[in-house]
Design a protein around this ligand. Structure first.
Ligand code: FAD
Length: 472
């Protein structure tokens, strides 16, 4: 082994949870190393998740705008086409720039970047197998932070080859747009990737086991959302399970069955995306040897200070229970190292937003109407459609609505869902309002710039607090 290096913190995993924790730890004056095995920083999010998917969503959206909407803005285009290799290259460039950027941030903040796969060998030691396969280093630390993230959940009977039967990773790197695509799983990732290829010309069918897409979404918004996606050309096959998938002569042959039982049917496509979820990734991490407890889904169990049952070992992000989102992992990471530094790190999970980056986007924070009722709240709701919002009308992008859920007696905001253009940006008004314990009336009485899409939030708050918006 190379000489042992003593640190205050060794972070295992350089995704949004791990790299942000490492930078914050250094900013708090702790000595820190971050171990990452994939050869680049940024984790799932930057390399094969949030960022490349948003690059492809943007390119395909712009293509769609030019194809379907430019005419209505009075803009004429000649023959329109796309160069898919160039689309992919733009995405790769964005990813490369951002991952290199984190290396720069590590240098600036004096975080030691250790390339290789880390394994716990004692409560204070991580052994790192170098990427060259021959060298290894042992790092010693007062505290160890596990941030090894998640991996794609496989679907039994449908083996992923990343060319024809792909996970999201393969779907982000296709060399050509498939003629026909089947997406297994109607969650955020499936809908986003399905939208990308549908916009670029693929015939896309989403097969979903449940009777609803994105079950966590407000039911009323979800129904409108699904209709909107159908209008765009996505097809849905609900309440259906895929029991088998195989590649035959370059085509994917799938066997489907009704989820509740019944006769099997066959379906064929050029590319099948398996996007039924993600599971924690702790392969080779040495959890068992140290007796670190996990739950029945393989997630590392932590207390509300991110501590595992081994007091010097902490865990965050996709590896632990909670929403599997990059910004949640980042918040976990910051709070965990604050706690290690003797401060009062804390994450308010009630205000973590989730966003589906289709067009229109759907963003939500807090409780949906259904969740609020199930928790025993007496609720009132207020809605406002983007059809009645002047900015949305001016730019010709009117699909969607804002829906606010508040406590009937106190008017306290409980949740907000926005389906509409830029919903992912606008939702932060709801996030802040919820964080500050605002009432619907607080939002309704807050002056909003005109003409903006955000005025729809104020109008929905007026509808919630006073029963009537102004413009509808
Ligand atoms: P990860 O990002 O998974 O990072 C963990 C890192 O640890 C990896 O780089 C891995 O190589 C490394 N590692 C694992 N084991 C070891 C080891 N033993 N030694 C060294 N290194 C190790 N979330 C959003 O919030 N917004 C989105 O728009 C969004 N879009 C997504 C789109 C797709 C297609 C996918 C797949 C995911 C998306 N997500 C999105 C989810 C998001 O990527 C994750 O929630 C987030 O990356 C979790 O961060 P993390 O730091 O916990 O783990």
């Amino acid at each position: 082994f190379a000489a042992a290096a003593e640190k205050d913190v060794v972070v295992v995993g350089g995704g949004p949870g791990g790299y942000v924790a490492a930078i914050k730890a250094a900013q708090l004056g702790l000595s820190v190393a971050c171990v990452e095995g994939r050869g680049s920083l940024g984790g799932t999010c930057l390399n094969v998740g949030c960022i490349p998917s948003k690059a492809l969503l943007n390119s395909s959206h712009m293509y769609m705008e030019a194809k379907q909407h430019f005419g209505s803005y009075g803009i004429k285009v000649g023959d329109l086409s796309y160069d898919f290799a160039a689309v992919q290259a733009q995405k790769d460039g964005a990813v490369a720039g951002l991952t290199k950027g984190i290396e720069g941030l590590f240098k600036k903040n004096k975080v030691e970047y250790v390339k290789g796969w880390g394994k716990l060998v004692s409560p204070h030691e991580v052994e790192v197998a170098g990427l060259d396969g021959s060298s290894s280093t042992r790092l010693r630390a007062k505290n160890i932070l596990l941030a090894t993230g998640s991996e794609v959940t496989p679907l039994p009977g449908v083996p992923i080859d990343e060319e024809k039967i792909v996970s999201s990773t393969g779907a982000l790197a296709l060399k050509q747009v498939p003629g026909e695509m089947v997406v297994i799983g109607g969650g955020y990732i499936g809908l986003e990737m399905g939208s990308v290829y549908q916009r670029l010309g693929a015939k896309v069918t989403v097969v979903e086991f449940l009777d609803n897409i994105v079950p966590s979404m407000d039911g009323e918004v979800r129904r409108t959302f699904m209709r909107t996606l159908e209008k765009q050309g996505l097809k849905f096959k609900m309440g259906t399970k895929v029991t088998k998938g195989e590649v035959v002569g370059g085509r994917v042959h799938l066997t489907l069955e009704p989820a509740k039982g019944g006769a099997a049917e066959k379906m064929e496509c050029d590319v099948c995306l398996v996007s039924i979820g993600r599971r924690p990734y702790s392969k080779g991490l040495g959890l068992e040897a140290l007796g670190i407890k996990t739950d029945n889904r393989g997630r590392v169990i932590v207390d509300d200070h991110f501590r595992t049952n081994v007091p010097s070992v902490y865990a965050i992000g996709d590896l632990v229970p909670g929403p599997m989102l990059a910004h949640k992992a980042e918040e976990d990471g910051v709070a965990a190292v604050e706690i290690m530094a003797g401060k009062h790190g804390h994450v308010n999970y009630a205000t973590v937003p989730s966003i589906c980056y289709t067009h229109p986007e759907v963003a939500s924070v807090g409780l949906t109407e259904e969740e609020a009722k199930a928790k025993g709240h007496e609720v009132k709701t207020g809605k406002f459609s983007f059809m009645a919002n002047s900015r949305a009308r001016a730019v010709g992008d009117t699909d969607g609505m804002v829906k606010i859920v508040a406590d009937k007696k106190t008017d306290k905001l409980l949740g907000m869902t926005i389906m509409g253009p830029n919903a992912g940006e606008m939702i932060h008004e709801g996030v802040l309002a919820l964080e500050y314990g605002a009432s619907a009336e607080d939002i309704a009485r807050t002056c909003h710039g005109h003409p903006t899409l955000s005025e729809a939030v104020k109008e929905a708050a007026l509808a919630t607090a006073f029963g009537k918006p102004i413009h509808m």
